[in-house]
Ligand binder design. Structure first.
Ligand SMILES: NC(=O)c1ccc[n+]([C@@H]2O[C@H](COP(=O)([O-])OP(=O)(O)OC[C@H]3O[C@@H](n4cnc5c(N)ncnc54)[C@H](O)[C@@H]3O)[C@@H](O)[C@H]2O)c1
Length: 314
């Protein structure tokens, strides 16, 4: 496969690129290295790649630029991961999230359709389920009521994908990722922030009483799911990629405390708008269509994450 990966310098993107290259594929990485978090981290994420790797520094909001890149490289496959991620910042900057996640996605789908890409995977999110009480979350839930601009843009992205499938016959799998963590994890996300705060003896800003639950999913399991999805043409499907084992926030903090051998000082903050009480993936469909079986428990995954954290802060 010659795979165009947008957001390939990011957390999930760079792990995906590594797998694609290891499996003998060619990769064209599209990323604009924006400063949502330190761009030096993204530069480091891709620093090791050279063979079968081409970098295009490009903003997916640039429709002409996107078309040129597709024409130049003629990718056979595309994995669309570039987005403004993060629920809370989307409440501050809804227009930016719309421009990147909706208009940017549209530019990519349009270019993919014109150049005839065989198969596409699109990064969606568990946040589209909003505060749903139907657990575990199943892909056919309706109506979906997202409670943040970020979640609404991801649902919008899925719908654009559906349209491009119906209108032009593109094969597209929308993957709803459930809180992804692991080495080179995003510095704005809870696993990184909690580990940093506990390690440095700073107070943890915990939103709510710590009883919220998240279905944390280890990065290599997510990459297995993405790789399976890009290899298999199945028309248009929406598939959850989660761990199917939610963990209570306080227990999650407890594991990190034990791994670091340090106690957390907890600063309880009010619950945040946009936050949901639980995420919990049904992975029946992922098993059936992609043979997806997450193999990493939260204990094992956090051990790997904390080891990486300590090593890179040495
Ligand atoms: N990490 C998670 O837990 C999680 C959960 C659900 C969904 N997702 C989705 O998965 C995808 C990857 O997330 P991540 O955690 O790796 O985030 P990330 O921020 O590390 O990666 C996103 C990458 O996209 C790039 N990008 C952003 N805007 C761009 C633009 N306009 N043009 C070109 N490149 C641009 C960024 O520079 C970054 O390298 C995103 O679509 C995100 O919404 C992530």
């Amino acid at each position: 496969m010659r795979v165009l990966v947008t957001g390939g310098a990011g957390f999930i993107g760079s792990h995906t690129v590594r797998r694609l290259i290891a499996e003998g594929n060619e990769v064209i990485c599209v990323d604009n290295f924006n400063d949502y978090y330190d761009p030096a981290i993204k530069e480091r994420n891709i620093a090791d790649f050279s063979d079968n790797f081409t970098l295009e520094r490009l903003d997916i909001r640039d429709a002409d630029g996107v078309k040129e890149v597709f024409k130049k490289h003629k990718p056979t496959h595309a994995i669309l991961l570039a987005a403004r991620a993060g629920v809370r910042p989307s409440i501050e900057s809804p227009m930016l999230y719309h421009d990147v996640n909706i208009s940017g996605t549209l530019n990519l789908l349009e270019a993919a359709q014109e150049t005839g890409v065989e198969n596409i995977a699109f990064a969606s999110s568990s946040s589209v389920y909003g505060g749903s009480k139907n657990i575990p979350f199943e892909e056919n839930e309706w109506p979906l009521l997202p409670i943040s601009p970020y979640a609404a843009t991801k649902l919008g992205g899925e719908n654009l994908c559906r349209y491009y499938h119906q209108q032009y016959g593109l094969n597209i799998t929308c993957l709803r990722f459930f809180t992804v963590y692991g080495p080179s994890g995003r510095p704005d996300m809870a696993p990184y922030l909690f580990t940093k705060w506990i390690d440095q003896g700073q107070s943890i800003r915990r939103f709510g009483d710590g009883t919220t639950k998240r279905d944390y999913t280890y990065i290599e399991d997510i990459v297995d799911g993405i790789y399976a999805a890009i290899k298999k043409k199945i028309g248009y499907e929406i598939i959850n990629l989660g761990n199917n084992t939610p963990i209570v926030l306080n227990d999650f903090i407890g594991i990190i405390e034990k791994l670091l051998g340090k106690k957390a000082n907890i600063d309880e903050m009010p619950e945040q708008p946009g936050d949901v009480p639980i995420t919990y993936a049904s992975i029946k469909k992922a098993k059936q269509l992609l043979d997806y079986t997450p193999a990493t428990s939260i204990q094992e995954g956090l051990e790997k994450f904390v080891a990486w954290y300590l090593q890179q802060t040495k």
